[in-house]
Design a protein around this ligand. Structure first.
Ligand SMILES: Cc1ncc(C[n+]2csc(CCOP(=O)(O)OP(=O)(O)O)c2C)c(N)n1
Length: 185
């Protein structure tokens, strides 16, 4: 499934959930798929979408959906252990795995090698781990996660779209402020 298709499936199912998206192409694609104040677009820090999502999930009740990348999960793998041990029941961590550092030119990541990120998540303590290899599977597992309140890890196998995405025309401070306002108006 293309990343744009995966994001379309997820954004079509999302209601008032807070969404934190990985830097680079995933954030740009989310912006172009469905921009909303409840989206926090990570613009610079690779690996930190999961950590920011954890902080958000722990500090308020609304559900948080983190849209991360395999490269970022590999870069900040310790975050999986922290999240699993703190177990916020309002966090769904979706790893959009293209087996590559897509944003910087598709250099192969070790998620395409010997490292299985679902095994890693399980070993870190995630009990509810699901896989989705196509849009109908993703729709089913994401719906299932929304219906229950439990820390969840979804591994979605994707391929990046080839089309060049234009930059998000929002100032980082504006992204932060409107996101914060949408949580606590
Ligand atoms: C700490 C840090 N290292 C490197 C980069 C450069 N960089 C930006 S996006 C990216 C690739 C991210 O890969 P992944 O998380 O798998 O997401 P994808 O782009 O494949 O969707 C890299 C290496 C960065 N922004 N920050």
């Amino acid at each position: 499934m293309l990343r744009s298709q995966a994001l379309r499936v997820i954004t079509d199912l999302i209601g008032d959930e807070l969404v934190v998206s990985n830097l680079g192409d995933p954030s740009k694609e989310l912006y172009h798929t469905r921009d909303r104040p409840e989206n926090f677009y990570m613009l610079g820090s690779m690996g930190l979408a999961s950590s920011i999502s954890l902080g958000l999930a722990l500090s308020q009740d609304r559900r948080v959906v983190c849209l991360d990348g395999d490269g970022s999960i590999l870069m900040n793998m310790g975050s999986l252990s922290t999240i699993a041990n703190l177990k916020p029941d309002n966090l769904i961590l979706v790893t959009l795995d293209n087996g590559a550092y897509g944003t910087t030119g598709n250099q192969i990541s070790y998620a395409a090698g010997l490292t299985d990120l679902v095994d890693v998540a399980r070993a870190c303590g995630f009990d509810h781990c699901l896989k989705a290899d196509n849009t109908s599977e993703l729709s089913e597992v994401f719906k299932g996660c929304l219906e229950r309140r439990e820390l969840s890890f979804i591994h979605a196998t994707i391929v990046s779209d080839d089309n060049k995405l234009s930059a998000i025309p929002l100032d980082p401070i504006a992204i932060k402020n409107r996101f914060m306002d949408s949580i606590d108006p």
